[in-house]
Design a protein. Sequence first.
Length: 394
Amino acid sequence: MNRKIVISVNTAWNIVNFRSGLIKALIRHGYDVLAVTPDDDYAPRLNSLGCRFIRMPMDNNGTHPGRDLSLLMRYVRVLRSERPMAYLGYTIKPNVYGSIAAHTLGIPVINNIAGLGTTFINRTFLTALVKRLYRFSLRRSHRVFFQNAEDLALFVQSGLVRKEQTDRLPGSGIDVAHYLPVAPASMSGRCFRFLLISRMLKDKGIEEFAAAAGIVRRRIPDAQFQLLGSIDRGNANAISLEQIRAWEANGVIQYLGKTDDVRPFLADADCIVLPSYREGVPRSLLEAAAMARPIIATNVAGCHDVVEDQVNGLLCKVRDAADLAEKMTQMYRLSPEKRMEIGAAGRRKVAAQFDESIVIRKYLDMIDEIAVAGAGSRNSTSGKAHIDTHFRQG
């Protein structure tokens, strides 16, 4: 029986940080996992997960038709050579071109729409093009997973997928045993610290965070505001390092760079902030809630799936630095005991609704469905061949 699974994402970094638990679970269940992704600094770590790595060059931010056609043909060659029992796609180009290639070869597909990103937020000509590509590439998928109800409804209402194809996942899931609650350092006398964890992109609300920090600093001079995450220089939506250094020079922001382990930074923060314009289900908020940190996030798709206003955090208006500053001030003025109560509520919510085991179970169930359907098809073909042989002999 074919036990080969291909997982394709636009960066090895994404696989290592968000899909490791799924890959290890698939391997424990006897599957041969192949990670198909561009070669980056994290690709060497894939072998330590127990999977094979196949390099797939990919222009993640480009829209050049020739390069995208070349990507499609590379997917066809890889999938024709490997012939997996299922193809698991994440992020836009693996979801589009990897799925088209898999469908062409009769390989069942499971897609994961983790978030719609800048293309859907800005609603340009590119949005219409991407929708057409999604409609074509997803129409024959075995299952299309979404991480929040708004994205699922948008795809169904726009005719990009059929309702019966879809299901919900609680984000990428979180290993709650890996992210353990710790008491905030401010309780021992350190100044209050707000932390934003994300890639440095405009649609993550970085500019609003910096503007709100300037407002709050005038009210609370000793408050600190930190940014943690990579700078994506190839992305037109990126915040430049020069802009971040300018904020630092003005004493507004401290930039911490990027890290492979956010836990020490979460432990050293009092409140996690994400003023994003739209999300799937943001991993940084799941990690923060698992470590019992109160959260401030925008009242948008994905963020309000994690944050219940006044329960495990506060929700603010999108693209509104003044409202974000008000919520930051409100959080600061709560008693330490109240903030700990809010953090504990976040931990309970994540453990109940977003545990990684839920995500893994749904994938295993879908792959089992595919395996059963494949076995039925083979049995049917075998039975037909037996009948044909019988009649030829007769």
